[in-house]
Write a protein that binds this ligand. Structure first.
Ligand code: F6R
Length: 609
């Protein structure tokens, strides 16, 4: 969603800010802006792409040693230049903000009564005026920020500059990520390490309620009570290569093709731990996982579908009941607490607000056994969890999740195996068999990627359709859900997924020759049932596109097209079958000419409710 970058240096920071904003583009945004302090506060804002804002900044000759930049994903107020950040108060204070201020209406009324005029419809502008108000009462910039944030309800990451204090920028964090980057004689703030990785890898993650003063020489951090605080310096290992497109046309295409490596890297953690071992999940895992008697999974979107696959594994392999909830539903449900339940959150970004709030709710009910499966080190959700498994997918830039999903599945499979082992439900022979399946997984995924030319041919036919149905059964039903989600979010073709057995209870009414029906049909115990469901569709004139492995013995016939997926890969089959549905969505979107990496209205990490 929104992105922040700020810098103070002895050189012109405008190119650094623009570069940082470009690196944040993947998060999804609809306007961009920057403000610099150069004797006065100068600002440029544009709706649309960072490149348009960059051209305007160049045309107006922006140069300065202190500045802040922002990419905005509209929440309060439409996509207009006047709603874009930075917001300025009285030509002195400039501010960028991620998050949502819930009491902005009350603050606006109060500030209006004090004589402040508002130029935008945003919740953010009140913060700029509030800081200005305290500044005009004699506070310096840091003190004014600290006073202002005490009066805000909601979530924020803030970076602020003041024309009267050109030697520093100040920052604050509550509920939205913000970090300080440490350079040599220059320092930075950013909402995401990728924004500043070209200038420094040494970062301090601010904690909830922290404020910070950033000068050329150093950084001072204060906790929520305003006391000086020490925070650890981390060296980020985000690779620049993962932030570059290389020979690919889109990040999504690159990330689909990175999956054999990402999966192999994630499996390496399992191999290093000597198999399915609590050590995979953290130092306290043995004690925390030993007496788990139920599992509750919480996540959103694609991560939720990973949870749905995991439910089959956890129940079948470990014999433990497992419930899976959409985080935004769970957090408002009256839940029966069970102290022996393991609460697992799954989140690529580690920032998704609904997942974070669901975790907080579970903890407030007394759930101490919490595990985060996450792809972004030091992000908020793992930091709030007792146990963590970091997937090793590398930075995922495309808005549509691909390699994060398949590596989450590997992590969840390892969790099922570990829980089974702790309960004595897994023999050495079974463990060896599952580890062998894992070892073959990157190869099978590569075989699935090799199907791309056949999938391109299908995608071209899909591109002319407005609707599609996806069917699967059992552990492959969540893959049908994932296929439908991928297709709709990047190609804008309306797609629905159903367990194939559910078809005749309603959705069959939709089937006609204009409705392509995709079926995930590997050779598993439900194959014969799926074959009958296919007949039901064929009899109504529906055109079938079937992903079936070589052992499924599916023949092509009039209106039934088949792509053969790699030979039966057993229990890990959902991971392999995720690949063709990703490719189908990607190529359908390509054929329709949509913005694959930045689909309309969507953002990479969803930090609002
Ligand atoms: C879809 C997609 C989203 C995310 C969802 C949760 O391709 O990427 O549905 O899966 O927004 O995000 P995380 O996993 O970051 O919590």
């Amino acid at each position: 969603m929104c992105g922040i970058v700020g810098a103070i240096a002895d050189r012109d920071v405008v190119p650094l800010l623009i570069d940082g904003l470009k690196r944040l583009e993947y998060r999804g945004y609809d306007s961009a802006g920057l403000a610099v302090v150069d004797g006065e506060v100068r600002r440029v804002r544009r709706t649309g792409r960072v490149a348009e804002m960059e051209a305007a900044a160049q045309a107006e000759g922006f140069r300065a040693a202190l500045g802040i930049g922002h990419t905005r994903w509209a929440t309060h107020g439409g996509v207009t230049e006047s709603n874009a950040h930075p917001h300025i108060s009285h030509g002195e204070i400039a501010l960028v903000h991620n998050g949502i201020i819930e009491n902005h209406e009350q603050q606006r009324e109060r500030l209006r009564a004090l004589g402040y005029a508002f130029e935008s419809q945003t919740d953010t502008e009140v913060i700029a005026h509030l800081i200005h108000h305290y500044r005009s009462q004699g506070d310096d910039l840091l003190a004014a920020l600290q006073r202002a944030v005490r009066e805000l309800d909601g979530a924020y990451a803030l970076a602020v500059v003041d024309k009267r204090e050109p030697g520093r920028l100040v920052a604050a964090r509550m509920g939205c990520p913000l970090l300080v980057g440490l350079g040599e004689g220059e320092n930075f703030v950013a909402s995401d390490v990728s924004a500043i990785v070209s200038v420094t890898r040494r970062v301090i993650y601010l904690e909830e309620g922290d404020t910070a003063e950033v000068t050329r020489q150093g950084v001072r951090i204060f906790d929520a009570e305003g006391r000086p605080a020490q925070r650890e310096v981390h060296v980020s290992d985000v690779s620049l290569a993962s932030l570059e497109l290389g020979p690919y046309r889109h990040f999504m295409q690159k990330e689909i093709h990175e999956q054999p490596r990402a999966i192999a890297d994630t499996i390496e953690a399992v191999v290093d731990a000597g198999g399915f071992s609590p050590a995979l999940f953290g130092a306290d895992a043995q004690a925390l996982l030993r007496d788990v008697d139920r599992v509750q999974i919480l996540a959103c979107g694609t991560s939720h579908y990973a949870g749905l696959v995991a439910r089959y594994w956890i129940e079948a392999i470990a014999g433990i009941p497992c419930a899976v909830d959409i985080a935004s539903e769970y957090r408002y449900r009256k839940v029966v607490a069970d102290p022996r339940q393991l609460v697992v959150t799954i989140s690529q970004s580690g920032e998704t607000l609904d997942t974070m709030e669901a975790l907080k709710y579970a903890k407030s009910l007394g759930h101490a056994k919490t595990l985060a499966i996450c792809n972004v080190p030091e992000s908020a959700i793992p930091r709030a969890s007792a146990l963590v498994f970091y997937t090793r997918a590398g930075a995922e830039i495309g808005v549509a999740s691909t390699k994060a999903f398949t590596t989450q599945l590997v992590a969840l499979f390892a969790l099922a195996g570990t829980l089974a082992r702790l309960r004595g439900a897994l023999t050495e022979a079974q463990q060896a068999e599952y580890l062998e399946a894992l070892r073959h997984l990157p190869g099978s995924v590569q075989h699935a990627l090799n199907l791309e030319p056949q999938i391109v041919a299908w995608a071209e036919r899909f591109a002319t359709k407005e609707h599609a149905l996806f069917l699967g059964r059992g552990v492959h039903y969540p893959i049908a859900l994932e296929g439908a989600l991928k297709l709709k979010e990047i190609s804008y073709i309306h797609a629905e997924a159903y367990p194939a057995g559910e078809l005749k209870h309603g959705p069959l009414a939709l089937v006609d020759s204009e409705m392509p029906v995709v079926v995930i049909a590997p050779n598993d115990s439900l194959l014969e049932k799926v074959k009958s469901n296919i007949q039901e569709v064929r009899a109504r004139g529906g055109e079938m596109f079937v992903f079936a492995d070589a052992d499924s013995h599916f023949g092509e016939s009039e209106g039934v097209h088949v792509i053969r997926t790699p030979r039966h890969v057993g229990v890990l089959s959902p991971v392999v079958h995720a690949i063709p549905v990703q490719l189908l969505a990607y190529h359908a979107a390509l054929a329709r000419g949509t913005d694959v990496d930045k689909p309309r209205n969507l953002a990479k990490s969803v930090t609002v409710e």
